[in-house]
Design a protein around this ligand. Structure first.
Ligand code: ZN
Length: 263
């Protein structure tokens, strides 16, 4: 449905870059219209009324005017600024990582209210939790589910055979778990422990609150992180850019697991 000439919505700013002398080009994720690319005119002037309401990882109520090539934000009012997230470098890196995933997995102008709610809850949760790793894994898996990319985790993705405990593999290329018979079909298949499969299944259907309460040993957390990051890299056909920042500022990034899962 074409958007009206002027419309109101709620949006979270995913990305922002300078445009012209005083404007910004924003990638925003809205509650009802999905991902949009819009401009914010004059926002870089100190006197701009929009200033502060359109920073990355800020949720605002916005009014937008349709434009020939680019819609323009004409007013913005902060609803949530996620200050706990922004006041800590490591938490900020987690938030930017989530924003990048939402950006990369959603096409423009495709409404996805589930992904919007997940982003909102994710930014809230990442600002307050002392267990960000499993919350991030949960957010990755739920986001994959909301965008139609969740890997098959319950039976062999090739032959649909039931999985025997302890004897299965995971292949990003195949899009899920494989039985030993189907292994030769996919060179990227790696062994997946039954514990890791259980954790991934749990995180892919649990709520964020349950994900935060889960406690798993570090090697298992690394195996799970290796699986999701290898799968995301396959789906996106590239490395997630903000992972480098995540590694720089602290833990949460599956660096060791990535290399072991892809070797
Ligand atoms: Zn099979």
């Amino acid at each position: 449905m074409p958007r009206p000439h002027v419309y109101n919505t709620q949006a979270i700013v995913l990305r922002s870059s300078p445009l012209g002398e005083a404007d910004r080009l924003l990638t925003i994720f809205t509650s009802d219209l999905g991902k949009l690319r819009v401009s914010a005119r004059g926002v870089r002037r100190p006197t701009s009324k929009l200033g502060g309401h359109l920073d990355p990882l800020t949720c605002s109520a916005i009014t937008v005017a349709r434009g020939k090539t680019l819609d323009t934000i004409t007013s913005a009012d902060t609803l949530k600024s996620f200050l706990p997230l922004k006041s800590d470098l490591e938490r900020l890196a987690h938030g930017l990582y989530l924003a990048e995933l939402v950006d990369a997995l959603n096409p423009l102008e495709a409404p996805n209210s589930s992904a919007y709610s997940l982003l909102l809850e994710g930014l809230e949760g990442l600002g307050g939790t002392s267990n960000p790793d499993l919350l991030l894994r949960h957010l990755e898996l739920r986001l994959l589910a909301h965008t139609g990319f969740l890997p098959e985790l319950h039976s062999c993705v090739e032959c649909h055979a039931a999985l025997t405990p302890g004897n299965h593999l995971f292949s990003p290329q195949a899009g899920g778990v494989l039985c030993p018979t189907c292994r030769p079909l996919h060179a990227d298949a790696v062994h997946l422990s039954v514990e890791a499969l259980k954790v991934v299944r749990y995180l892919s259907s649990a709520t964020g609150e349950s994900a935060i309460r889960l406690r798993v040993p570090k090697p298992l957390a690394r195996e799970v992180a290796g699986l999701t990051s290898a799968f995301l890299r396959h789906v996106l056909e590239r490395e997630v850019r903000s992972l480098a920042f995540l590694r720089l500022v602290g833990h949460g990034a599956p660096d060791e697991a990535v290399s072991s899962a892809s070797s």
